[in-house]
Design a protein around this ligand. Structure first.
Ligand code: FES
Length: 152
């Protein structure tokens, strides 16, 4: 013998589960395909400003301006040069061996972490690796510097 309350409860549970699945399917269908990252490669020989550990430079690489820091003999970190305070372009200070923003005097260490001034967030970093005689950087599909960005 079946209990009608149990059957009603079962049907309500089944209906709720079906609705949940339908909502998830619709949400998944609404999301566009996630854009793929871009891989850019640059010859290490062209990066004179970062030959030694602790050095850094702004570099134009395939239409993008990036801040590159040689953190180890075989490691180079790639950052967006946009200050996380109000989006001015930062610079590498060779004497102080740190990253500085001249707009409101924020400074960042070689890992991109803020160490002074009003910026509270680290610089945006992109995966980068040395492969043979090239530096390979994985960039997002959106431009690193928005078109309106001004260099200091
Ligand atoms: S924009 Fe860099 S410190 Fe304000």
């Amino acid at each position: 013998m079946s209990n009608p309350i149990d059957r009603r409860g079962f049907l309500a549970t089944l209906l709720a589960a079906g609705t949940g699945l339908l909502v998830r399917s619709v949400k998944a269908a609404e999301q566009p395909d996630k854009p793929k990252d871009r891989l850019v490669a640059v010859s290490l020989g062209s990066l004179d400003g970062i030959r030694e550990k602790g050095s850094g430079m702004l570099a134009e690489i395939q239409g993008e301006t990036l801040l590159l820091i040689r953190t180890e003999e075989q490691k180079i970190a790639a950052f967006s040069p946009l200050c996380t305070h109000e989006k001015c372009v930062v610079e590498f200070d060779r004497e102080a061996r740190q990253i500085e923003c001249n707009c409101h005097r924020s400074s960042f260490d070689l890992a991109g972490k803020p160490v002074g001034g009003p910026a509270k967030e680290p610089l945006r970093q992109f995966p980068a690796a040395i492969k043979g005689d090239k530096l390979i950087i994985k960039l997002p599909t959106d431009p690193v510097l928005p078109p309106k960005s001004q260099k200091n």
